[in-house]
Design a binder for this molecule. Structure first.
Ligand SMILES: Cc1ncc(C[n+]2csc(CCOP(=O)(O)OP(=O)(O)O)c2C)c(N)n1
Ligand SMILES: [Mg+2]
Length: 943
């Protein structure tokens, strides 16, 4: 007997003959047969011949071949129609609250030359194999499919490249979206949450006229939709829900998803005080504050006997950049870092949700950086729920202006993300689709996108008049009832409640807001000055012992080179790394990469986890790191820092995708949620870091001041003028110095490997303390292997990080010193190399400023005080005069030099490009800079 469920049951005689013929063709080349038959053959194999059909009808051979062929053609056409409904149903679906989509010819019977009776004849089980026995005939199956695929949800998933996922989705959609009923009790609380969302906006609109809030009206469904994920997280033991969202509806989400008390929100409109006494609600605000619709919060939501921690990330105005940050949050919450080896990720620990604007989603490139890294080992977060809060407009710009594609979601298709467009006027369909998205994420651990389509009832903000710019759209909006009204009508029609009951609920919601508003302090709080606010800034670093004893260092060094016997590393690399043993045995010097490995090993031993990523960071752009060894035969990777017996924490290192903004945003987010971890991001060259300028400006430098968001992130930025042209010379040090204030970060440019070791250890030691701040390091290129920038073991076992370094051999007779040159980084080493006979330079001292910010004022002052006969104080740099350190240093040094003495400048002139492009010009320029610096008679001026 043919197995149960097999469609071949339904084919007889010549029909079967035709199928067998088709099957032969299929075996030759599957593309020779219709798609629908391909699917059947793939699933059920060869059509099987039986003497009699299941209904007992004898096989007939009496029908004419033309008749049979005609029937088979009809079958193929019906199957085509069914597939096209699945593929193109969304084009006709009722997904826009303000307008209906046009009917699609491709979804009509006529397009396929079919009549209703043709379709009726086709066995329904072939059309909907997932719903066997549910339909009386083919026509009802087709009608069912049309109902499913052209309802209030437009499904797009045929672009996925995984058949299993497509099958899974098809099955779920066809089983659930034709008939799934929304439970009655949920209808009432869904209505209640819509009423709360709408009342919230209307109340503020009435009470706080003319104040911006970026109302969610027209997309109120977003509020219960986000709440649904919190509920689902609770049911599925997910501990964290981490949300990224911009301005639109943010206050409403804070109130109704994170339970930020109405009093707290309303007092912000009133500029009055509110004290948080709720132990399950947390909000950090930075000392110089931010506008209310940028602030994030954390709420421990109690759901039955479970707690879900809901985090809404702080967010700058710059749209979409927070997406990357929240991915970093989620990964940090998913990684277990407290054992040696690689961190262990549990994607069920955190659910990332990113809410996008429709215009921003289509327009901002970082969205695609985030999609692109979602599937990599380094940045995977187990699937992100993306929601486009689609109000069909961005500020005053409508869809046809802000995108080239049909939907704003279209580019997600390239990443094989299922896309569900849903009409926000149907809150039930919206919630069902959220459930489907969640189930997809939990099943496949991949990203999924919901395009929640509504409209924007008011202007971009509440002060904006949209009729001036978008009159046609706004005439439609004005005539359209609110989502709550639409849903109320539906529930009244369904007799779920009475009009009185609905009114009662509406009044209760309003009263709740009114009572909260009555309770808040109406007194405008005393307005502080910036100077007063700044008292809350981060304190100076305390002194920290960063030395490590020699025995420990020696043992760690050995352990790092003690690889398994079976590992066949690249021979040359083996030799290079092997020299690291000799350094300890023969009193050699430790170079940069070696110092870093030792710093990492000691930090892991101290129990602090480490995560380092960047483009090609496993090896290091300049082949100096080699933290990952690759077996030349198997390609397997071995990471010595993950195999240290004495390590008490995890070590992660990854090559990143070719992204700056997305990756730096991710690592920043990781550092915020994993404050005990030394998180490092390395730029390929520092020159490329400005691709992440928004993350640097909006988050890393200002996050603490705006939002009280602490980060100990380390940025490693290769920097140095070495003749490689305008895009391989400058990490734009000037930008980090310009942004430096209130101890917001440390900016360093180091000249030897021991300094690097100590500053990394200092950063690690201060993680999780109130002193922590990001660390920006200009890292070297040629200095990586320059013995002048390498340090002896004793410099690691003694001393510590030095904010300034005096040139050895100079300044011995202070009364003879006439010129002091201050400089930093690579140039300092180059100058030093030119002082072959320091005794000839009694008139000169050279001071390396290693920590540029905070400015080492005390140490510099002490130096200057030593020299009574100074004639010149100079700042020397490689960079053009409008770049590098000069503009930062000049006024600071000027404050400290003896009265009347100008601070002079040696370096490149003012330039538009960061450097010259010709290496010969470079050489000439370097020679000039060095000559001017160390020639007594060179006339200096502040040219
Ligand atoms: C990166 C960036 N560019 C420009 C702006 C200015 N801006 C603020 S809101 C907005 C429109 C956003 O439209 P959409 O993404 O659809 O969100 P909506 O306001 O409609 O919710 C623009 C251009 C910004 N905030 N961020
Ligand atoms: Mg919009």
């Amino acid at each position: 007997m043919i197995s149960e469920g097999n469609p071949w049951h339904d084919f007889l005689g010549l029909n079967l003959g035709y199928l067998i013929e088709q099957y032969d063709l299929y075996l030759e080349n599957p593309d020779q047969v219709e798609e629908s038959l391909k699917v059947l053959f793939a699933k059920w194999g060869e059509p099987q011949v039986e003497e009699t059909s299941v209904t007992g009808t004898a096989i007939s051979t009496e029908l004419s071949p033309t008749y049979v062929l005609n029937k088979m053609k009809k079958l193929v056409q019906v199957m085509k129609l069914a597939e096209n409904i699945r593929l193109y149903g969304h084009l006709e679906a009722d997904i826009y609250p303000l307008e209906k989509q046009e009917k699609q010819e491709i979804l009509t019977l006529a397009y396929y030359g079919l009549t209703e009776s043709d379709v009726r004849e086709i066995p329904a089980d072939i059309i909907c194999p997932n719903l066997k026995g549910n339909f009386s005939d083919g026509l009802s199956a087709i009608q069912y499919l049309k109902n499913v695929y052209t309802g209030k949800i437009g499904f797009e998933f045929q672009h996925l490249d995984d058949e299993k996922e497509k099958d899974w989705l098809k099955n779920k959609i066809e089983n659930q979206f034709g008939s799934k009923k929304f439970p009655v009790e949920r209808k009432i609380n869904l209505f209640e949450s819509l009423v709360a969302a709408e009342s919230f906006e209307q109340f503020i609109h009435k009470m706080y006229v003319g104040q911006k809030r970026f109302s969610v009206e027209g997309l109120e469904t977003l509020v219960p939709a986000l709440d649904e994920f919190v509920q689902l997280a609770g049911e599925n033991n997910i501990e964290n829900v981490m949300i990224a969202m911009a301005h639109r509806g943010r206050l409403n989400v804070l109130a109704h998803v994170l339970g930020k008390p109405y009093e707290a929100l309303l007092s912000q409109f009133q500029h009055s005080k509110w004290e948080n006494n709720d132990p399950d609600f947390f909000e950090t605000v930075g000392h110089t504050l931010d506008v209310k619709y940028h602030l994030g919060a954390v709420r421990n939501r109690k759901l039955g006997n479970k707690t879900v921690k809901v985090t809404l990330a702080n967010n700058p105005s710059h749209l979409e950049f927070v997406d990357a940050v929240v991915e970093g949050y989620a990964r940090a919450a998913q990684d277990d870092r407290f054992k040696k080896g690689a961190p262990k990720q549990d994607v069920n620990k955190a659910l990332p949700i990113v809410v996008h604007g429709d215009s921003a989603f289509a327009g901002q490139g970082i969205v695609y950086e985030v999609f692109n890294f979602a599937g990599t080992e380094a940045y995977h977060t187990g699937g992100t729920i993306h929601i486009i809060a689609n109000n069909v407009i961005g500020f005053t710009t409508e869809g046809h202006e802000y995108r080239s594609t049909r939907y704003s979601s279209d580019s997600a298709k390239g990443y094989h993300v299922p896309i569900f467009h849903v009409n926000a006027d149907d809150p039930e369909a919206s919630l069902l689709v959220m459930q489907l998205a969640f189930e997809y994420r939990q099943t496949f651990h991949k990203d999924v996108l919901i395009d929640l389509i509504g409209y924007r009832r008011l202007g971009h903000n509440e002060l904006d008049e949209p009729m001036a710019t978008n009159p046609v759209l706004y005439n439609k909006i004005k005539a359209h009832p609110t989502i709550t009204e639409v849903y109320k009508k539906k529930l009244l029609d369904e007799k779920i409640f009475t009009a009185e009951k609905a009114k009662e609920m509406e009044t209760a919601a309003w009263n709740k807001l009114k009572q909260a508003n009555d309770r808040i302090d109406k007194q405008v709080k005393e307005v502080p000055t910036i100077a007063e606010l700044q008292k809350g800034a981060v304190k100076e670093f305390p002194s920290v012992d960063t030395t490590v004893d020699k025995a420990t260092l020696t043992a760690l060094n050995k352990a790092l080179l003690d690889w398994p016997k079976e590992l066949k590393a690249f021979k040359k690399l083996e030799r290079i790394l092997g020299r690291r043993l000799e350094v300890f045995e023969k009193k050699g010097k430790i170079d940069w990469g070696h110092a870093e490995a030792l710093a990492f090993a000691t930090i892991l031993k101290d129990g602090k986890p480490i995560r380092l990523t960047g483009e090609d960071s496993e090896r290091g752009t300049f082949s100096h790191r080699n933290a990952v060894l690759t077996d030349v035969e198997t390609g397997e990777k071995y990471i010595p820092l993950q195999h240290l017996d004495v390590a008490n924490a995890s070590f992660a290192i990854h090559n990143s995708t070719l992204s700056e903004a997305g990756i730096l945003g991710f690592e920043y987010g990781y550092s915020v949620i994993a404050p005990e971890t030394l998180v490092l991001w390395e730029a390929q060259f520092g020159d490329f870091a400005n691709g992440a300028q928004v993350i640097i400006d909006q988050f890393i430098s200002a996050g603490k001041a705006k939002w009280g968001e602490s980060s100990g992130l380390v940025m490693l930025l290769p920097h140095g003028y070495e003749g490689q042209g305008p895009e391989h010379s400058s990490a734009r040090l000037e930008r980090y110095l310009q942004l430096a204030a209130e101890n917001n970060w440390t900016v360093a440019n180091l000249s030897n490997s021991a300094q690097y070791f100590h500053i990394l250890r200092r950063q690690a030691a201060l993680l999780k303390t109130e002193y922590i701040r990001p660390l920006i390091i200009m890292t070297p290129k040629s200095l990586l292997r320059n013995p002048s920038a390498s340090s002896y073991v004793e410099e690691f076992t003694n001393g510590g990080f030095q904010p300034i370094i005096e040139e050895p051999g100079l300044g011995i007779e202070p009364e003879k010193v006439e010129r002091v040159i201050f400089c930093t980084g690579r140039l300092a080493v180059e100058l030093s190399e030119h002082l072959k006979e320091p005794e000839k330079y009694k008139w000169l001292d050279i001071i390396r400023v290693e920590e540029l910010y905070p400015f080492p004022e005390k140490q510099i002052n002490n130096i200057l005080r030593k020299y009574k006969n100074l004639k010149e104080v100079v700042w020397a740099q490689d960079e053009p005069k409008n770049m590098g350190t000069w503009s930062y240093m000049q006024p600071r040094l000027q404050e400290l030099v003896p009265k009347g003495l100008p601070v002079s400048y040696i370096g490149r002139p003012f330039m538009a490009s960061p450097s010259e492009g010709d290496p010969l010009v470079h050489k000439k320029e370097q020679e000039r800079i060095i000559r001017e610096a160390i020639t007594l008679d060179a006339i200096l001026s502040t040219k």
